[in-house]
Design a protein around this ligand. Structure first.
Ligand code: ATP
Ligand code: MG
Length: 268
């Protein structure tokens, strides 16, 4: 199997039909699970340092079609990290209050503070995806948002936030199977939404909108990963690896103790 680029260079024009959602880099399930376990161990160590150091933060953006695996990624990749240092924010349909502001207003409030990992389950990218596909605002408005997003992410990066963005790429057939599973398995039924069906019908328009996002908002300081996500175990491995590599690159260290603690005796 040929190698697939998962992290395209900034400036690359993305054509999603050339990215195989089934790609697994010749991994097998058991090997990928073992590799994930050791990455998670390292992630825990690094997160403890990120939190203790308290000078930088990490923002993880998850975008996908319905049933693309955002929830599963959060559950599996981050199992074992200290919940005290992680905040997950799910972005739903904007409220009236949110719509009365610029589109980044609600997002900025949830960016991770120093020492924290922030996970966005959907994000400001919805404002150039669902909003664009359904023409919720005119093109003259959404067209400007790619630049706004790039500037916003640059501001965060300049303020000590590392940003990783993951598009969980599943095939249309895989989505069908997963939605069917939600119908068939009683414990999954609560996740089924009739509203997901009209979205599925606009699959091609969404892919086109995603291609523009992945082309126009893929920067050195906030890169996109196109994650082959038909196989959940490979998706988890790729994401965990990207996070660990990024944390390794952040010069994390425990802070110096406040004073010379040699010889300090804890009183009885
Ligand atoms: P699940 O995959 O478990 O169904 P979800 O992320 O789809 O989770 P839902 O409550 O089903 O959660 O859907 C949230 C909805 O909010 C999505 O349809 C999404 O497109 C929509 N949404 C998010 N942000 C915006 C936005 N800025 N403008 C309009 N719609 C938005
Ligand atoms: Mg949904």
């Amino acid at each position: 199997m040929s190698k697939q680029v998962i992290m395209p260079k900034p400036g690359t024009k993305i054509d999603l039909s050339t990215f195989d959602p089934d790609f697994n880099d010749d991994y097998h399930k058991s090997g990928a699970r073992e590799a994930l376990k050791s990455l998670q161990k390292r992630m825990r160590e690094l997160q403890a340092m990120l939190y203790a150091q308290g000078t930088q933060s990490l923002l993880i953006v998850l975008q996908a079609m319905d049933a693309g695996g955002k929830d599963g990624t959060i559950r599996r990749v981050f199992e074992g990290v200290n919940p005290q240092g992680v905040r997950v924010t799910s972005f739903k349909k904007p409220t009236e209050e949110e719509l009365a502001h610029d589109f980044l207003w609600r997002v900025h409030q949830h960016t991770p503070r120093k020492g924290f990992i922030g996970i966005f389950n959907r994000s400001h990218y919805e404002d150039v995806l669902v909003v664009r596909v359904n023409e919720l605002v005119p093109q003259s408005v959404w067209e400007k948002r790619y630049d706004h997003i790039n500037h916003f992410e640059k501001l965060l990066a300049d303020s000590g936030t590392r940003i990783l963005k993951f598009f969980l790429h599943i095939s249309k057939e895989e989505q069908k199977e997963r939605l069917q599973e939600r119908l068939d398995i009683p414990e999954k039924r609560w996740k089924f939404s009739l509203g997901d069906l009209p979205v599925r019908q606009k699959w091609d328009a969404y892919m086109h909108a995603y291609e523009d996002v992945l082309t126009r908002c893929n920067t050195e300081y906030a890169p996109w990963y196109i994650v082959p996500a038909n196989k959940k175990w490979f998706r988890n491995l790729i994401i965990a690896r990207a996070i660990v590599e990024t944390l390794e690159d952040m010069n994390l260290a425990y802070p110096e103790p406040e004073a010379d603690l040699e010889g300090v005796v804890i009183p009885d």
